[in-house]
Write a new protein. Sequence first.
Length: 249
Amino acid sequence: MKSLICLFVLVVSSVLYSQVERVDSLIGLAKIAYLKYDSTELEKLRAEFSEVSYSGQDNIASYYNALLGYKLLEMNMGDKSVFDNYYEATLKDVERLLEFDDIRADALVIKAAIYMMKIATNPISAVTLSPKIHQLLDEAQSIDSANPYSYVIRGMMKFNTPKMFGGSYEEALKNFSRAVLLFENNGERPAWGYAESLAWLGRTYVELGDFQSALFTYRRALNAEPEYGWVKHVLLPEAEKKYKESKNE
């Protein structure tokens, strides 16, 4: 009997370890796909995270399943039918994620991010969704004040909201700067959060006319993630062009 119990423990431990390895591998692949902005690959990986999540009750897999849904919303804002399908499915995923107490703050942040994408495609929804977003982020930060991604999403709200409705590049700068510091000190999720927070920090410097700081920040992002396509091929070249133009004025 004792030998059977030991065998059972070994089998269970092996299964759990292999699942952890699979999740770690999927996270690495998701990071690469995000940095390349590859929506097709992200969709495939989301399905794999979903399989692990629903079969093994793995909260990290559940987190990335919901997170990739948010990123796919971001990548499909121009296609209403695709966006609407992702929107409903991702909200369902994040509601399930909220059941995990140890990751509730992260779930609240993703829900806020999902609502933010809805506003981006349907600005009139800001009337009802903006207060909900800030409530979700407030709750997330009350649970975990050091949650770096909560500051990224709040910064994005401040960045994208018109000034007359409470938007502020200065407030966005504070939030992105806070996120960068937290990711440097103890940030874990998402895997690409540090580079993304630097990208948004750089964008904010550009809007404030501080092109030197923007260039420095973008180069920090590429130092962390050399293949970050958004920064490498879009943001950095744009900032370099604006910096040169400002010098010629």
